[in-house]
Ligand binder design. Structure first.
Ligand SMILES: [Mn+2]
Length: 386
């Protein structure tokens, strides 16, 4: 196989998971702008997600968020997905939208609240059993707002205890992905603020516990690719929540703020063997003012472009330059790959996969947007909390 053929083959097997919540209405804490044609239930979200996969060929799974995607029959939901050529991906838990969680969920000082939070997480594992999902994604809004508000060490003990209970419930082939975020909604301490804290808990729990890197969840200037390299090296990178970060946790289209950073991350993924392992490449975004399905297609393409560039890095030339101490030469090898226009290559890849070369145009021309605006009339549009 030629080198280019290997790059193409890798790109064809790429899988980017899209989030169900990106298809519903969303906004900021100031305003949610409703859009016509938005899904009214999880089944319609899957219909939209299937369109993204149909035109990109690399978005075969859809993440659910419980309770936003609560249904009576999860097996039926999984069947609905299958009939449209997609599958249910990670199950995302929610322990942040209930009055009981004012002081936290699994780290709450009251054992009764902690029990309720763990109960929700166990319910999420039941849903994984019914849908065939592999991953339980955990993000906790837990933390404190003021020094002295609660004992930060005790909160870590409670966290470890709750996670261990859920870990025990995981079945064969199921994983727990622990996500960190430095601040918000808590502003003084966050109980899982960084990769080190997540890693420490996952290490104690065992092989089924892995860290998930949400690209929006770091302080400005953080070298995310170094974190990625380190976690991969330790066998603890479970996956990504991709999104953009201009200022804080924007949750906008991945690669929008800094496509070079996305390339640097994907380079470390390729370098560390993460591209051919169990690392989950998920989007965690919302589209508040732009059309949702095209924005998700664009996001998937952004990940593809960064991946293609990372795969094009001349590993031999780079290793030689590094070994000889050729600082500028090594940097040039990396930049050559980044500066490549990979769009023609990706058009070729899509055509070889039997797809239209331009997914954005193909979607625009297929009439789905007009169809759902006409058909999805009445009912309650999906959004945060519904
Ligand atoms: Mn996330």
């Amino acid at each position: 196989m030629t080198e280019l053929a290997a790059v193409k083959a890798a790109l064809k097997t790429q899988a980017v998971e899209t989030p169900s919540w990106a298809y519903g209405n969303s906004g900021t804490r100031f305003k949610v702008f409703a859009q016509a044609g938005v899904p009214r239930d999880p089944f319609e979200k899957l219909d939209d997600a299937a369109k993204v996969h149909e035109f990109t060929g690399v978005a075969p799974t859809v993440a659910l968020h419980i309770p936003w995607d609560k249904v009576e029959d999860y097996a039926a939901l999984a069947e609905h997905a299958k009939a449209r050529g997609v599958r249910i991906g990670a199950i995302n838990s929610n322990t942040f939208q209930d009055d009981d969680y004012r002081l936290g969920s699994i780290c709450h000082p009251d054992a009764a609240v902690r029990k309720k939070a763990v109960g929700h997480l166990l319910e999420c594992v039941d849903i994984m059993d019914a849908t065939g999902s592999r991953d339980l994604k955990l993000w906790f809004a837990d933390g404190t707002n003021y020094p002295g508000q609660d004992d930060v060490r005790s909160r870590q003990d409670r966290l470890a205890e709750g996670l261990a209970e859920v870990y025990e419930r995981l079945g064969e082939g199921q994983r727990m992905l622990l996500e960190y975020k430095l601040f918000e909604p808590a502003f003084y301490t966050t109980d899982v603020p960084d990769w080190g804290t997540a890693y420490a808990h996952c290490l104690k729990l065992g092989d089924k516990a892995q860290v998930v890197v949400d690209t929006g969840h770091h302080a400005p200037g953080t070298n995310i690719e170094f974190i990625v390299a380190t976690l991969l090296r330790e066998g603890k990178l479970g996956g990504f929540d991709f999104n953009s970060r201009f200022y804080a946790d924007d949750d906008l289209m991945v690669g929008a703020a800094d496509p070079f950073q996305l390339f640097r991350i994907m380079y470390e993924v390729v370098r560390g063997g993460g591209f051919t392992s169990d690392v989950a490449f998920m989007l965690d975004q919302c589209h508040n003012i732009e059309a949702k399905i095209p924005a998700i297609i664009r996001s998937v393409m952004n990940v593809q472009e960064a991946t293609a560039k990372a795969l094009l890095v001349d590993a031999e030339a780079l290793a030689a330059a590094q070994a000889s101490g050729d600082v500028l030469g090594a940097n040039a090898v990396l930049m050559d790959a980044y500066d490549s226009d990979v769009r023609p290559l990706l058009r070729e890849v899509r055509q070889e996969m039997g797809l239209a070369p331009d997914p954005m145009a193909a979607y625009r021309e297929c009439g789905w947007a007009e169809k759902v605006v006409a058909e999805r009339v009445g009912g309650q549009q999906a959004g945060w909390g519904a």
